[in-house]
Design a protein around this ligand. Structure first.
Ligand code: AP5
Length: 221
């Protein structure tokens, strides 16, 4: 199954992707993680993307579409399916993805995690991220076993550069002005599964599973 996770910043896309990757064996493509790697490696894409990411704006469509189309075609050539986390985020990106449907990249389902702005701010201001495996934690809702260390690899957890309150507010504005219409796009396409995303992570996972016709018992987060 080719799947998309969509929702405001901090709605739990990264958190829910673990379950979906495990269940469907799809290749997880997080555009945010891909871009942060480009920034860290100092590539041409990273240099162009950094100022947009730092301000909470979208990185220009042409750059993102080229990066994603290349990667999606590689995955298709390997006869694997994908899970998109953070793409598409504008109507131009959604139409670029639709244009790939005929060549084997059709979207089977879009999971929309519906979370309010206040909850987004609460979650992102307490998020901690593992710089090695990208797993996310929360200082209140999803604590690591040892404070400040990743459960999977022991790396010191970090605060993302764009998780400052002023940038979070800008990311929310960008979401409402440019990405919310992608939700309507997929509703019209008949593939949208809207999930209330404000309960505990394991409960949201149950709802995602049942929307996809699965009864797999999720791991407790
Ligand atoms: P990106 O990295 O994709 O950021 P985002 O969409 O803002 O999403 P996040 O990663 O912040 O949140 P999430 O939904 O994954 O939530 P998480 O699971 O971590 O993008 C960053 C930037 O890159 C963008 O601003 C833009 O500049 C650029 N970019 C990326 N894609 C682009 C594109 N396609 N086009 C143009 N530009 C693009 O959870 C958040 C926190 O909440 C965690 O602490 C977690 O532990 C906690 N949590 C999760 N679920 C729950 C729950 N149910 N209850 C309580 N806490 C929970």
């Amino acid at each position: 199954m080719n799947l998309i996770l969509i929702g405001p910043p901090g709605s739990g896309k990264g958190t829910q992707s673990d379950y979906l990757v495990e269940t469907f064996g799809a290749v997880h493509l997080s555009t945010g993680d891909m871009l942060r790697k480009h920034v860290k490696d100092g590539t041409a894409i990273g240099k162009k993307a950094k100022s947009f990411m730092d301000s909470g704006a979208l990185v220009p469509d042409d750059l993102i579409i080229e990066m994603m189309t290349e990667r999606l075609n590689e995955i298709k050539a390997e006869k694997k399916s994908w899970l998109l986390d953070g793409y598409p985020r504008s109507l131009k990106q959604a139409n670029a993805l639709k244009a790939l449907a005929a060549s084997g990249n059709a979207v089977d389902a879009v999971i929309y995690l519906d979370v309010s702005d206040n909850e987004v701010v609460r979650r992102l201001s307490g998020r901690r991220t593992c710089p090695v495996c990208k797993r996310t934690y929360h200082i209140e809702f999803m604590k690591p076993a040892v404070e400040g260390k990743c459960d999977a690899d022991g790396a010191a957890l970090i605060i993302r550069d764009d998780d400052k309150e002023s940038t979070i507010r800008n990311r929310l504005k960008t979401y409402h002005s440019q990405t919310a219409e992608v939700v309507s796009f997929y509703r019209k396409e008949g593939v949208l599964k809207a999930i209330p995303g404000e309960s505990a992570p394991s409960d949201v996972t149950q709802k995602v599973a049942s929307a996809l016709g699965k009864s797999v018992k999720p791991k407790k987060k």
